[in-house]
Design a protein around this ligand. Structure first.
Ligand code: ADP
Ligand code: MG
Length: 174
């Protein structure tokens, strides 16, 4: 049980919340690729996008993903990391991928309540629920494709963490 665990899912799905809690229980390192980029490039997601566009951001995100991947590490990926085929292959080959799944309504509600998330750049300029519907429609198949396990991210965080721990136990026994 020394592999990397990748958390994937849309903004607000709980990748950071669940990933941190999981890492703590396992005694693993926790890394958020967005935060890693902020610390190493000294630019926020918004700043990178403003300077280099989404394509530039995605390139940097792929590099960050590969750089932080290590044994005994939980990696919270960016919501759009699955868009790059390279990232999907990389995650599938380097660890266990957990998709935290929630409806557009739930995600929009969570983002509306979180001032930090509300400041992240909009991908489309549309109202948040519509944006989440569009995002899920375009990414659901990719999240499903990359995931080893799809979890209901609307369960209480403790339950989601417990579920992942059970999955890890089952994987070890296999
Ligand atoms: P992500 O990292 O995927 O964007 P976060 O972990 O930042 O998501 O969570 C977004 C918001 O939703 C936070 O306010 C967090 O407290 C809340 N949240 C995350 N997971 C859950 C959950 N399982 N149940 C209720 N609220 C949650
Ligand atoms: Mg996060």
């Amino acid at each position: 049980m020394t592999q990397t665990i990748f958390m994937v899912g849309a903004r607000g799905a709980g990748k950071t919340t669940i990933g941190k809690a999981l890492a703590q229980v396992l005694g693993y390192r926790f890394i958020d690729t967005d935060l890693f980029m902020l610390q190493t490039l000294h630019m926020s997601v918004a700043e990178i996008v403003a300077r280099e566009g989404w394509d530039g951001f995605r390139l940097r995100e792929s590099m960050a993903l590969q750089t932080v991947t290590a044994p005994k590490t939980v990696v919270a990926t960016g919501g759009g990391a699955v868009l790059a085929h390279e990232n999907r292959i990389f995650m599938r080959n380097h660890g266990l991928v957990i998709y935290l799944r929630a409806s557009a309504n739930v995600l929009a509600e969570r983002l509306a309540e979180d001032p930090e998330d509300a400041q992240r750049p909009s991908l489309t300029g549309k109202p948040i629920v519509e944006e989440m519907l569009d995002i899920l429609a375009s990414r659901e198949a990719l999240y499903q494709e990359v995931a080893d396990h799809v979890l209901d991210a609307t369960q209480p965080p403790e339950d989601v963490v417990e579920h992942i721990l059970q999955i890890l136990t089952d994987e070890t026994v296999k």
